[in-house]
Design a protein around this ligand. Structure first.
Ligand code: PHE
Length: 502
């Protein structure tokens, strides 16, 4: 028959030799095939109506490790019985236990079964035997020995009586019972017709090698036909975590766009995290509810006096900026406090303190912390994508264009810019993207141009475009997640399902 594959032919021929009906194991052996290969051939042969698959299930009993121990050293009641016989048929529990060498936790079991088997009992605190000579092994002990010897028995092959004995052994946790499937194949009439004619079993080549091609031998061999539509086993290779892939993508896109990466410490002074960004010291974001303050050490060092004084003055009355400031008395103590940075804007502003000359294009993709309730869209520890551009002629339009390019490269189609507020930028906006699964707009990043109150103390005379936003939000859109916690959940099923290349 045309279209039969090598393994199918071998299976049919093996079945013919085995008189038309045999177990998968026997066919595998006769046909020189792997068990799985016979099973696969059986499925396709049965689809073609050439074989029938018979399935038998049975239960196999084998000993637990405790059962194996008793099979060798005797059931605890047997050991107690023997000890009592040696002690003359009667003894205190302590004496009997010592003589029998039983472990403490086995004593109640031994006593219970001694009574149940009517070999003896506890009378006035003393163990007394009802028998004078050792009784022969019971059905349970014989079965235990039998299973021990054969390693396992088929439950269905036991008599009704022995099945009950087995059940008592199982209840004593001495025996474990497992379901097994046994498959037999049988040739159909059509199958017999084909198998009888004899099939030409030419070895097939499953892999085309350079040797076959160069020598020209490929012309004479039979190449295996592959059915590319049959499902194969799933493979789960090691791969980079989806979130790491997205971090790498963000880096690559920035690099492509001509930015340079900067990084800074996770712990910053409140000065860099808040004060340098013109956030007043009584700003609600500074409170413990939003910010993690360090317990030990509690404070860090402030930068150069000149810079600190300029920041202080700007907060108090606007200094030379033309602004009125916040109108309160600035405290260096508050600025010295150490925090887990709440945004990576702490790093871009710090960078500006030492790099004042345009053109500047830097970015960071790094961790930040916020004392937030963890929900489907909030984490207490997450990543921010941050960047600044300093250029003599930079405008807000350039900022929108840059972000649009960045997010488009990421594959996000629907982006809009909505007005927003940050204490350190003017104008301020937020970039939002439409999340198709959540069916709503979600914030991608905050953005704006640094205010004179931020730039003057640093001595910067050019426009600075700045933005910063959550990376995990982006990951949610990219990966189609409706819960941000999935990214940190160690959900192996999801990790496996997520493609290697996003
Ligand atoms: N730091 C802001 C935040 O964490 C984002 C931002 C950065 C806004 C730079 C404006 C300018 O949400």
């Amino acid at each position: 028959m045309a279209g039969l594959r090598l393994h199918e032919k071998k299976t049919l021929m093996a079945l013919r030799i085995l008189n038309g009906k045999a177990s998968v194991e026997d066919i595998a052996e006769k046909g020189g095939l792997a068990h799985a290969a016979v099973m696969r051939a059986a499925l396709t042969l049965s689809e073609k109506g050439l074989v029938k698959i018979h399935e038998k299930r049975w239960s196999v009993a084998s000993l637990s490790s405790e059962g194996e121990y008793y099979a060798q050293y005797g059931l605890p009641e047997r050991r107690l019985l023997r000890a009592l016989l040696r002690l003359g048929g009667e003894a205190s529990v302590d004496e009997a236990v010592r003589e029998s060498d039983l472990e403490a936790e086995m004593v109640p079991i031994a006593l219970g079964w001694l009574k149940k088997k009517n070999w003896g009992a506890l009378r006035d605190e003393r163990c007394t035997l009802n028998v004078e000579v050792e009784p022969p092994p019971g059905e349970d002990e014989k079965l235990l020995a039998n299973i021990f010897e054969k390693r396992s028995v088929k439950v269905e092959e036991l008599s009704e009586g022995l099945k009950q004995v087995l059940e008592t052994l199982r209840k004593r946790n001495l025996v474990e019972i497992e379901e097994k499937v046994y498959r037999e194949l049988e040739l159909t009439e059509e199958g017999w017709r084909i198998a009888k004619k004899g099939l030409e079993i030419a070895e097939e080549v499953t892999q085309l090698t350079p040797e076959l091609i160069v020598s020209g031998r490929w012309r004479n061999v039979k190449l295996t036909r592959f059915d590319v539509t049959t499902p194969g086993p799933s493979v789960y290779p090691g791969k980079t975590h989806p979130l790491q892939q997205i971090i790498q993508r963000a880096r690559e896109i920035f690099l492509e766009m001509g930015f340079t990466e900067i990084r800074g410490p996770l712990v910053e002074t409140a000065f860099w995290n808040f004060d340098a960004l013109f956030q007043p010291q009584d700003h609600p974001a500074r409170e413990m509810m939003d910010t993690f303050y360090l317990a030990n050490p509690q404070t860090g060092r402030l930068p150069l006096k000149r810079l600190v004084n300029a920041v202080a003055k700007t907060h108090e009355d606007g200094w030379i900026t033309g602004s009125k400031g916040w109108g309160y008395r600035w405290s260096p103590e508050e600025a010295k406090k150490l925090v887990l940075r709440t945004h990576t804007t702490a790093e871009t502003i710090k960078y500006l303190a030492t790099h004042k000359k345009p053109p500047i294009k830097v970015f960071s993709v790094d961790r930040v912390y916020r004392n937030e309730q963890v929900t489907y869209k909030h984490l207490a520890e997450f990543h921010q994508i941050e960047g600044i551009i300093v250029d003599k002629k930079a405008t807000f339009r350039d900022l929108m264009g840059t972000l649009k390019t960045f997010y488009t490269k990421f594959g996000i189609e629907k982006i809009e810019f909505w007005p927003s507020y940050f204490p350190y930028t003017e104008p301020s906006a937020q970039a939002v993207a439409y999340h198709p699964k959540l069916e709503r707009w979600i914030e991608l990043c905050g953005m704006g141009m640094f205010r004179p109150e931020v730039l003057a103390p640093l001595g910067i005379k050019y426009p600075v475009l700045a933005w910063g936003g959550g990376l995990e939000r982006l990951a949610m859109i990219e990966l189609g997640l409706d819960d941000i916690r999935m990214l940190y959940g160690n959900n192996v099923g999801w990790l496996r399902r997520t493609p290697l290349c996003l």
